[in-house]
Design a protein. Structure first.
Ligand code: 4AD
Ligand code: MG
Length: 465
């Protein structure tokens, strides 16, 4: 008999199966019962909900029943019946039970009782089997799917920027080196430096911090593209919002100015959040009830309200006038800290905010310079509980200005000749942004630590699994 997934079995479409033989496969969540009957709750990962299997003790081997413990993997055949018990619509009266794999109760770490998120982080290889992480990782999938759907429906092309690169897109020097050189016997040049000519690619290479620069080449040829892939940052940030390996979505569009860019970013996020509300109902409700009972309200609020758009300078004024005690002081020219971003969003406007026109000194070299000679056409989208969720800009399309800016920040224009060709041949106004996938997931799941929204998190001093 072919197996059916529990999610399908519990849905309205499976009503016609009542009274029929069905087969399910999955992992035992709990077993309880009495002398005559065992109730086994089984989950196969397809939904937050379990199916209850009812086993008549007399019909089954004692040894087999003994081995049905939390975590064991089973295949069950039986008749689907309407359930009399609370909490489930249907259940299975078992006729055949096969154990695929036992899970010794003495050593299996996920027993019934609720575990802390901290403890589960230590057993990240097993935590997908809990309700919480099942919900989070199903939502991770749903958001990834929605991202591709959104862009495909809007005529964007999925563009693959390389992961191994020789350029530091953000110019922050936070890159992981990629090399095949023998660390114990490094080849040296005559002046004693490491000789990267001997390295695999014949030059210094690293893991990318952003697919943007190559994405711009896509926009300059296909018009509208987006990347969606892993990015890597060797910044020593041990915060609940930073990962060393995270996924980023970077759309890049020819003929978009900063206003078009903001419109796209706002529409995109609203689409994703409503997608989560509509398509991940059971999981969102579970997370709302278990962790954060204002989650659904917050998601709805973001979908229904227009984001505030504000110049950096105005934000600085608001922060300086506020009576709030900040850890870091605020002055024109300083980068905003997460406490400042959250004050603007959560206390002052009580609404997502898009901040634009930042001082050029605190932003990357590729951003379009404003006529005032001190600010650039940057935009950061700031979200409640998260802070910065998106960073983007209109790009500098004037080659002279771009080269000058590169020189100012110490980038050798000759090393990025390929990038400058976009401005040299048929330059066009264009814009783009980057959405941190895990920051989005923090928002839609209501989780508060970024290490809980990616299956195997990477952060300083941690690369297990
Ligand atoms: O603001 P960032 O650094 O911008 C860029 O990388 C641009 N190249 C994007 C573009 O214009 N195409 O990063 C973009 C977003 C941030 O807003 C944040 O959501 C996320 O990426 N992000 C991180 N997420 C997790 N861990 C980290 N260490 C992150 N650094 C940035
Ligand atoms: Mg940023």
């Amino acid at each position: 008999m072919t197996k059916i997934e529990i999610q399908k079995l519990l849905s309205e479409q499976s009503k016609h199966l009542i009274g029929k033989d069905v087969c399910i496969k999955g992992w035992v969540r709990t077993k309880r019962g009495n002398k005559n009957v065992a109730f086994i709750a089984i989950n196969d990962g397809s939904t937050i909900n379990n199916i209850q299997v009812v086993a008549d003790i007399e019909k089954f081997d004692e040894e087999l029943l003994k081995n049905i413990t939390t975590g064991a993997c089973l295949s069950v055949n039986g008749i689907l019946v309407e359930s009399l018990g609370k909490g489930q619509s249907v259940e299975i009266i078992a006729s055949v039970i096969e154990i695929y794999g036992i899970a010794n109760p003495e050593t299996y770490p996920l027993q019934k009782k609720g575990h802390s998120l901290e403890f589960l982080r230590e057993i990240a290889h097993l935590r997908g089997r809990t309700n919480t992480f099942g919900a989070i990782f199903r939502m991770r999938h749903a958001m990834a799917f929605a991202i591709h759907k959104y862009f495909n429906d809007k005529g964007f092309f999925y563009w693959h920027s390389p992961l191994i690169t020789a350029s530091d897109a953000e110019g922050a020097g936070e890159m992981f080196r990629v090399t095949t050189l023998d660390m114990n016997n490094l080849p040296k040049t005559q002046d004693g430096k490491i000789d990267y000519n001997e390295d695999f690619f014949g030059r210094e290479t690293s893991l990318t911090v952003s697919g943007q620069l190559e994405g711009e080449l896509g926009a300059m040829s296909l018009g509208k593209i987006y990347t969606f892939g892993p990015t890597f940052r060797a910044e020593n940030s041990n915060t609940p919002r930073h990962l060393s390996e995270f996924w980023m979505i970077e759309p890049e569009m020819a003929f978009y100015d900063l206003d078009d860019n903001m419109d796209l970013a706002e529409d995109f996020i609203k689409y994703l959040v409503s997608y989560a509300l509509e398509n991940c109902k059971d999981d969102v409700e579970f997370l709302n009830n278990m962790y954060d009972n204002s989650l659904i309200e917050r998601l709805r609020f973001v979908v229904e309200n227009k984001f505030v758009r504000l110049r950096y300078e105005e934000a600085i004024n608001i922060l300086q006038k506020s009576k709030q005690k900040f850890e870091f002081s605020v002055a024109w020219g300083t980068d905003l800290q997460s406490e400042h971003e959250r004050y603007l969003v959560e206390k002052h406007f009580k609404c997502p905010v898009i901040l634009i026109d930042y001082p050029r000194e605190i932003k990357a070299f590729y951003m379009k310079q404003n006529d005032d000679g001190k600010t650039v056409r940057a935009m950061d989208v700031l979200f409640p509980t998260i802070g910065e969720i998106i960073g983007g800009s209109q790009r500098e399309d004037n080659i002279e200005k771009l080269i000058l800016r590169m020189q100012e920040v110490g980038i050798e224009p000759k090393d990025m000749d390929w990038y400058l060709d976009t401005r040299r041949f048929g330059s066009a106004p264009h814009s783009g942004f980057g959405l941190g996938f895990e920051r989005l997931l923090l928002f839609v799941t209501g989780m508060s630590n970024i290490r809980d929204v990616i299956p195997f998190p990477r952060f300083p001093k941690n690369a297990i699994f």
